[in-house]
Design a protein around this ligand. Sequence first.
Ligand SMILES: Cc1cc2nc3c(=O)[nH]c(=O)nc-3n(C[C@H](O)[C@H](O)[C@H](O)COP(=O)(O)OP(=O)(O)OC[C@H]3O[C@@H](n4cnc5c(N)ncnc54)[C@H](O)[C@@H]3O)c2cc1C
Length: 287
Amino acid sequence: MKPAPFAYHRPASLGETFDLLARYGDDGRILAGGQSLVPALNMRLATPRALIDINRLPQLDQIRLGADGLVIGALARHEAVEHSALVATHAPLIAAAMPHVGHEAIRTRGTFGGSLALADPAAELPACVVALDATVRTARRGGGRTIRAADFFRGIYTTALAPEEIVAEVIVPPLASGWRSAFAELARRQGDYALVGLAAHARVAQGVAHEIRLVFLGVGPIPLRAHAAEASLVGRRVDAASLTAAEAALDGDLDPPGDVHGSPALRRHLARSLLRRVVTQLVEGGS
Ligand SMILES: Cc1cc2nc3c(=O)[nH]c(=O)nc-3n(C[C@H](O)[C@H](O)[C@H](O)COP(=O)(O)OP(=O)(O)OC[C@H]3O[C@@H](n4cnc5c(N)ncnc54)[C@H](O)[C@@H]3O)c2cc1C
């Protein structure tokens, strides 16, 4: 199939972008890497009246250290993030997750901001930014907002973004002493969206997790924090007994959906396996 006809705009400034967003409202769509939007257009799952291509907006592709932490611009390509020394040092969780985002060809075009704005429930980066307690900075006429990642994802393909607003950048807070990360997912084939994945970030000392954030993907409409499993691990030595307790607690955290890719029971089973694997990895070193 071919896309339905649309107008194409390539603004050179944020001001011009805001004008276009105001002009088209819900009928306009931001185009970033196009890796999700273009297939949706071709299948006519999306039929916007206009595309607003933000690829020429200056400076939105930067990855830099700012006053509040690591700043990843919305237009930073997955590939640039994957190979960034700054990301490897200051956000190793994102570096660990990135090779799981699609295939290499997709990562050369897909963008960090696009992945967050799309809010696919099986995507890796939304879970990572929630686990890292990052914030999303938006841009819109009159001044953008700063939204905690935990408040940004609202439902399947739904975020806190207003129609006239774009994702501008993400700020990952500085990596405090003793904090470690680990990421793992299970997919049918490397590069496919995950059936289940887990992004974990924890303060660990001598085999004990003193603080921990466990964020699952693929098991609900948004990245899901496993609060009960976290509580069962905090302050305890990670060993066979505490891992078994955390697995049991996880059943209260998750109510995974079933679809053609896997039943709820399969997803629950995979989530338990990932919990064990990732938490063990965290205490044995993590990154
Ligand atoms: C075969 C295949 C496999 C894939 N596998 C994975 C995977 O395993 N994991 C994964 O996470 N992703 C996967 N993807 C998706 C890929 O990561 C995309 O890059 C990503 O979902 C969207 O980024 P994009 O820059 O391409 O956005 P686009 O496709 O350009 O846009 C996606 C949506 O976000 C909106 N948008 C984009 N940027 C902004 C912004 N700055 N502000 C506001 N709205 C914006 C657009 O309007 C559109 O609605 C896969 C894609 C394909 C084709």
